[in-house]
Design a protein around this ligand. Structure first.
Ligand SMILES: [Fe+2]
Length: 291
């Protein structure tokens, strides 16, 4: 009896160690995922790298591995969906700034807030939100906080800040009526890309007239179950499908990045850190044959 018990215990220890090693691997390595988004509102192809939820993680010294991976993709534009830093019991920022500085020296970068950047507003760590924003803008990065930027004649990028209550644990409601309209102006004739950190408000984003919504925040669901279901999000939603990948709703596409880091619950299983590449492509217009 004692023998069987020690064998089971031994197997348990080996199993747990293997899972922890795998989780460490998934947190310290990343993959690149590609999505094609086709629209008649797009005139010319564009390759976008979307980064989210780095949470001050480092892939090599000063995030060199991440930089070289992005550089090898050679994007037309880098969009940053927030939570690059961690603002919790302490401030985690030192691995983020060298990466952003290097990227901004080579590529056009647009940055929008996550809940962690917004927490800098509480000014607990000697670096307040405005100072951080100034540092990022000083690198030549466009910081969109309830603001928009036309990147060409017919593509507009919007950065939407979300209310603190939208990040409350297990929050399930929608947005307040008219919230998006109050903060950004969407011209439906253009192709509108929305950086809004949480994927939870997919219906509100679609109703606002956005064409492509980019989100992160849920870290791919921490442990990814079969069918793309996330076991748990940082907001304690359990068994959620809204954690990673491309979702379609009406005329809108939402792409949710699994992110590049973690905080608090430092686990990733079947949930590899990822760089997201989005290929914007024009839809071929119908040719009207003249009789
Ligand atoms: Fe987040």
């Amino acid at each position: 009896m004692k023998n069987i018990f020690s064998k089971i215990l031994g197997l348990g220890v080996v199993g747990c160690s293997a899972l922890l090693l795998r989780s460490f691997y998934e947190r310290k390595n990343f993959k690149t995922v590609q999505y094609d988004v086709i629209s008649k509102k797009i005139d010319t192809k564009k390759k976008i790298v979307f980064l989210t939820d780095l949470h001050n993680n480092s892939f090599g010294k000063n995030n060199e591995k991440l930089f070289y991976a992005i550089d090898s993709i050679s994007p037309d534009l880098i969009l940053i969906g927030g939570d690059m830093i961690t603002v919790k019991d302490k401030l985690g920022i030192e691995n983020v700034l060298p990466l952003l500085k290097r990227l901004s020296g080579r590529y056009k970068c647009i940055y929008a807030n996550g809940n962690h950047e917004q927490r800098l507003g509480e000014n607990k760590f000697g670096l307040n939100y405005l100072q951080y924003k100034q540092i990022i803008e000083g690198m030549g990065i466009v910081y969109l906080s309830n603001n928009s930027l036309d990147i060409d004649d017919n593509i507009c990028v919007h950065g939407l800040d979300l209310l603190k209550k939208y990040y409350y644990r297990r929050y399930k409601g929608g947005m307040d009526t008219g919230y998006i309209k109050e903060h950004i102006a969407i011209d439906r004739d253009k192709f509108n890309i929305l950086l809004a950190h949480s994927p939870l408000f997919i219906k509100d984003y679609e109703e606002s007239g956005v064409d492509l919504a980019l989100a992160g925040h849920f870290h791919g669901g921490t442990i990814r179950l079969p069918g793309g279901i996330g076991l748990m999000t940082p907001q304690f939603h359990f068994f959620s499908r809204l954690v990673v990948g491309m979702k379609r709703l009406g005329n809108m596409v939402q792409i949710i990045g699994a992110g590049l880091g973690t905080h608090s619950v430092n686990i990733r299983l079947n949930d590899m850190s990822e760089i997201v590449v989005i290929n914007l492509k024009p839809r071929k217009k119908n040719i009207n044959l003249v009789q």
